[in-house]
Design a protein around this ligand. Sequence first.
Ligand code: HEM
Length: 281
Amino acid sequence: MADKREIEPGIEQDFSNQMSYGDYLRLDLLLSAQQPQSDPPQHDELLFIVQHQTSELWLKLMVHELRSARSLLATDDLSPALKRLARVKHIQRVLTDQWSVLATLTPSEYAEIRPFLATSSGFQSAQYREVEFLLGNKDADMVRVFKHDAAVRDELSTLLNEPSLYDEFLAYLSRRGYAVPEDVLTRDVTRQHAASPELVEVFAQVYAAPSEHWGVYETCEELVDVEDNFQQWRFRHLQVVQRTIGHKIGTGGSSGVDFLRRALDLTFFPELFEVRTRIGG
Ligand code: HEM
């Protein structure tokens, strides 16, 4: 057994005139963006900041993938769109699993940081709202939260006014000859999609004969996975909040756990869940 691994002669070691790992990734910026506010400094604040910042990075990638999936559906490129959704599902898994790191923060440790968070809250996460809007949970009231930041507000407002991923999937289905109702295709996309009984019929036909509708069937199941994963993230957030602050109000001013629990009733793709009651007689 060697007790030392020699650096091979070919390995780059001088970056005075060429790009290094840190240069490419702008680690100067990234690793100086953790600015704890607590005074005197609290050991656990770094965990709190890193957990949120890593979540935001993954949300950034998720927005990127969802936007692409939506464009691909708009041009009838179903297989590449599914590839995007496969990646989205892995990102969601990471986001959900990483709650276990924050769950090591005890209520006493959080209480030491809480005063320094002031009114900041994940409720004000623009990228989280972008993901919700892309998936179809549209809510114009959410845009107002960002009126202090014109660039973010405009970005979100643009997404509010664009079709969601589900809208594009339904338009794709219609182009393929499926009987998607006209009022669904021409709906006001700034609002949450309202469940359509006629659309449940369309999906009932797909689920009755999967092999005849394979691409569509597969996409339906991918969307169900995405919603399922999203709900698991919401639920883990709720659990971590409950074990950390109990029933105290949130830094953003909501009732806390009760407010978060109501989000579990929201659904992006109502017909894809409704159709399940119909399968198999
Ligand atoms: C101990 C840590 C945490 C606590 C105690 C907590 C608490 C809360 C509470 C009480 C709310 C409701 C709004 C409010 O009144 O503030 C909320 C919303 C939210 N939080 Fe957290 N949170 C924590 C960590 C995180 C992390 C790490 C993220 C990751 C980005 C996050 C993202 C969100 C989002 C996106 C919402 C809005 C959810 C919705 O509108 O349904 N939270 N949080």
